[in-house]
Design a binder for this molecule. Structure first.
Ligand code: GTP
Ligand code: MG
Length: 429
């Protein structure tokens, strides 16, 4: 701080003194207060199911939440991928969950699959953008905000046994910085046990080779670290879903019946459905919600604010506040405006000068034309005057000659009369 007082900061231990309470105060109820408040507000969880048409997305959702979401099959002939969101209010004991399931419609059905992921990416970004806009409002309503950010993306892999398709890799790569991805092998009952193991290994290898970051169940919380780290080795989960039930002992269980046998959805030796439900709903739902907010949304927010020109440090790597950036931007903007105004004014002056010069040239030309016309007119007049003078001279000359002629004629007549008189006199004698 220039000219400021240099204050030596005490260490955290020096700053904060530990004291012992001599009796019960009551703030040990804080966790309970938190639980009670959360229960009162209810929870929100948004799942996105990405997978080709008819791969068992809706059936798996029904199986996971043990209900019937009454979804209808999607058409196969859409020109592009669409996203369909449905929100449900669920309640278990006294805990309310607002669940949104977003389904891809027409995913992988197009001949050109290059852009299949685009609508998915746009959808996820849009939810982040809406939240950011709410956060940036002066009057925010974040507690009542309808949070549609996707907390987990279940990526349904086709049970081909031949590894991932390029559309799977491209799509997961595009999404891995935006959402928690859990890849699952759909309709796992259509693939043999031995093949399934090889298929899983192949998928994990391909994901690794292509640097696709999928969601890993957290191992930092001691209470779940063991189960989570074991479950991480089972990914991708091979799942089976069903809307049909059959009796096993005295219980009705979800199952798929075939002529050669029965697949029980919740039987761990038949498929990984229970593992998925355990990890997705019972153990890590809160972690996914937290990662969505603290990791994926944070990254989106950072990029967007940087795009808008905000940063925590200036060009010299010195800390700069939001307000400073805003003011710098404002000054910059005003300067730019001023510069534009000056440029326009200069341009205007130049244009006016140009126009003036043009007008002057035109005036000069007119003057020249006028002078020339005047001169031509004078020349013409002079010529006519000369001609007139000449004609007048001619007339005078003509008149002079005429009078001369008439005189000559009268003289000769007189002589002739005298001659005749003389003749007549002689003849009389
Ligand atoms: P769209 O919403 O139309 O894209 O389909 P979807 O992915 O939601 O698939 P849906 O759940 O409607 O299931 C399509 C068909 O696959 C139905 O006939 C289901 O009975 C069947 N199916 C669903 N899950 C499984 C499964 O785990 N194994 C087998 N073999 N068939 C399944
Ligand atoms: Mg469906």
């Amino acid at each position: 701080m220039a000219g400021g007082l240099e204050v030596e900061k005490p260490s955290v231990e020096e700053q904060v003194r530990k004291l012992k309470l001599s009796g019960h105060v009551g703030f040990d109820s804080l966790p309970d207060q938190l639980v009670s408040k959360s229960v009162q507000n209810g929870f929100v969880f948004n799942i996105m199911c990405i997978g080709e048409t008819g791969l068992g997305k809706s059936t798996l959702m029904d199986s996971l939440f043990n209900t019937n979401f009454e979804s209808s099959p999607s058409p196969h002939s859409l020109p592009n991928v669409k996203l369909k969101a449905h929100t449900y209010e669920l309640q278990e004991s006294h805990v309310r969950l607002k669940l949104t399931i977003v389904d891809t419609v027409g995913y992988g059905d197009q001949i050109n699959k290059e852009d299949s992921f685009k609508s998915v990416v746009d959808y996820i970004d849009n939810q982040f953008e809406n939240f950011l806009q709410e956060e940036l409002k002066i009057k925010r309503a974040l507690t009542s905000y309808n949070d549609n950010r996707i907390h987990v993306c279940l990526y349904f892999i086709c049970p081909t046994g031949h590894g991932l398709k390029s559309i799977d890799l491209v799509c997961m790569k595009k999404l891995d910085q935006k959402v928690n991805i859990i890849p699952i092998i759909a309709k796992a009952d259509t693939i043999s046990k031995a093949e399934l193991q090889k298929f899983k290994v192949k998928i994990v290898e391909e994901l690794k080779n292509n640097d696709v970051n999928i969601y890993e169940f957290p191992i930092d919380d001691e209470s779940v670290s063991e189960v989570n780290s074991t479950m991480n080795t089972h990914i991708p989960f091979a799942v089976v879903g069903s809307t049909d039930f059959m009796r096993v002992g005295n219980k009705m269980v979800r199952a798929r019946q075939y002529p050669w046998g029965t697949v029980q959805v919740e039987n761990e030796s038949h498929c990984d459905f229970v593992k998925l439900r355990e990890m997705l709903i019972r153990t890590n739902m809160e972690d996914m919600r937290e990662k969505t907010h603290c990791l994926h949304y944070e990254l989106y927010r950072k990029r967007r604010l940087e795009q808008m020109g905000f940063s925590d440090v200036d060009a010299d790597n010195k800390p700069v506040s939001f307000q400073q950036t805003f003011e710098a931007k404002r000054t910059n903007h005003l300067q730019e405006l001023q510069q534009k105004e000056d440029e326009m004014r200069q341009m205007f002056v130049v244009r006016v000068k140009e126009k003036e010069a043009e007008l002057k040239d035109a005036e000069k030309e007119l003057h020249l034309k006028f002078d020339k016309l005047k001169k031509d007119h004078q020349d013409e007049k002079k010529k006519i005057d000369e001609q007139r003078k000449k004609m007048e001279d001619d007339i005078i000359e003509f008149n002079r000659r005429k009078s001369q002629h008439s005189q000559m004629t009268s003289n000769s007549h007189h002589t002739l009369t005298l001659g005749i008189g003389k003749y007549l006199h002689f003849s009389k004698e």
